[in-house]
Design a protein around this ligand. Structure first.
Ligand code: 1QQ
Length: 418
């Protein structure tokens, strides 16, 4: 039995000066929304209802399409849509097409709760891929768990996510497994690193969890943890914390925050003259930070749970489709969202081979889907994965990449370390 985890307190994210369109995060919009009707059957719309196909399987995607968190969530939307086309081109679930139902969570807990409620009760999806942040998952996942709707966290990496409930699993490896890889890579390249300054966003569950891992790894590696500086994901001015950190003369600075705040922090550290190594955590793992710190993003190291170069058939197909559409390599968050959709589709196929998915009552299918997905093995763009009985991902391969910016700071990429 998993233990319930209490929800976390409200967080209101405001819009900073970023390229993305921003909106109030607690009034999420609906995008690409389909109404699968009110069929009693398995996420499958009845003949003739609301103009929908009679024979379609609905999978919910509840991620951040607006707010600053959309810097991360928009990559998840891209990955999920590529999966939808990929699997439908292959015949869906043995001839029954899948349809993704998108409900925007915005960047806060209430938005995620609203999106999950809509997906569960109105859209009647078979399962949900989402939300974007662990901070949101601790509030929204218990709702799906109580409703017995399987949730696959596509990017929730904080400690304890799978323990939220029996219906909660994740395809995003936890910080404890991923984050130390960045520190090891930094030390390998810079054996003289001794003194470390650590920053974290104190209002974000993931950032708090990741900094714990980073701080422990620093100590375990025999390095000096010289200062710990706190900030908020809504902050834009980091002058005092950055000055405090620079004053201790660190060789390495490690940042656990999200893309907008983390990007601004990197920028301000460099502007204040910090020249040492910087490690960014998973919240900075997007090319959307490039527009925030521009040329000053250059050199930042970030651990990765996905490599575009991973060699298997499905990653080749995913990578080709992503590159054709976006003219760049696919990012981790897109690969993980694709994987979430894949786990549902592969599991539905196994269930369908035993008895017709389209004939099952929705509640029965949701429960069966949850059991099936936890027991399966999947060949995904992340490599071969499976789950522990609690819903934690078993994944083999991890990487570290370095941000490489053009001199003018307008374009950049993630270069994977060998
Ligand atoms: C979490 C994360 C985010 C930074 C991913 C978008 O890892 O909230 O757990």
């Amino acid at each position: 039995m998993k233990k319930p985890t209490p929800g976390s307190s409200a967080l209101f994210v405001t819009c900073a000066s970023l390229l993305l369109a921003c909106s109030q995060t607690n009034t999420p919009q609906t995008s690409t929304t389909v109404s699968p009707g009110t069929s009693p059957s398995a996420g499958i719309s009845p003949q003739g209802s609301a103009g929908q196909n009679s024979n379609t399987i609905y999978i919910g995607i509840g991620v951040a399409e607006t707010s600053n968190v959309a810097l991360l969530g928009q990559e998840q939307v891209a990955g999920a849509k590529i999966a939808e086309k990929y699997f439908n081109d292959k015949g869906g679930v043995d001839g029954t097409p899948i349809k993704l139902v998108f409900q925007d969570t915005g960047g806060d807990e209430q938005g995620a709760i609203n999106a999950f409620n809509t997906l569960i009760n109105q859209d009647r999806v078979v399962g949900i891929v989402g939300p974007t942040l662990s901070q949101q998952a601790f509030s929204a996942d218990p709702i799906a768990d109580r409703a017995k709707v399987p949730v696959l966290g596509p990017s929730n990496t904080a400690k304890g996510i799978p323990l939220i409930g029996d219906y909660v699993a994740r395809v995003s490896a936890p910080v404890a497994v991923v984050a130390p890889n960045a520190l090891k890579a930094a030390l390998k390249e810079n054996p003289n690193i001794k003194k470390v300054a650590v920053f974290f966003a104190q209002n974000d569950a993931f950032s708090k969890s990741e900094t714990e891992t980073f701080q422990k790894t620093v100590k375990d590696m025999g390095l000096e943890l010289a200062t710990v500086q706190k900030f908020l994901t809504t902050d834009t001015d980091f002058q005092s914390q950055a000055t405090n950190a620079i004053n201790v003369k660190p060789d390495l600075i490690i940042i656990s925050g999200l893309a907008a705040d983390g990007g601004n922090l990197i920028k301000q550290l460099r502007e204040l003259g910090y020249k040492g190594v910087i490690i960014g955590g998973n919240g900075l793992n997007t090319s959307n930070v490039f527009s925030v710190c521009k040329a000053l993003c250059d050199g930042v190291l970030i651990a990765q749970a996905y490599s575009p170069e991973y060699q298997n058939e499905i990653n080749k197909a995913f990578r080709d489709a992503y590159r054709a559409q976006f003219k760049k390599e696919p990012p981790q968050f897109s690969a993980q969202a694709f994987t979430g959709v894949q786990v549902f589709v592969d599991s539905l196929k196994v269930i369908n081979a035993q008895s017709k998915v389209s004939e099952k009552p929705l509640a029965e299918l949701r429960t069966q889907l949850n059991q099936q997905l936890l027991g399966g093995k999947y060949n995904t763009p992340l490599g071969e994965i499976s789950f522990t009985p609690e819903g934690e991902i078993n994944q083999k391969d991890f990487y570290v990449a370095r941000i490489k910016m053009d001199a003018d700071g307008n374009n950049g990429k993630f270069e994977f370390l060998k």
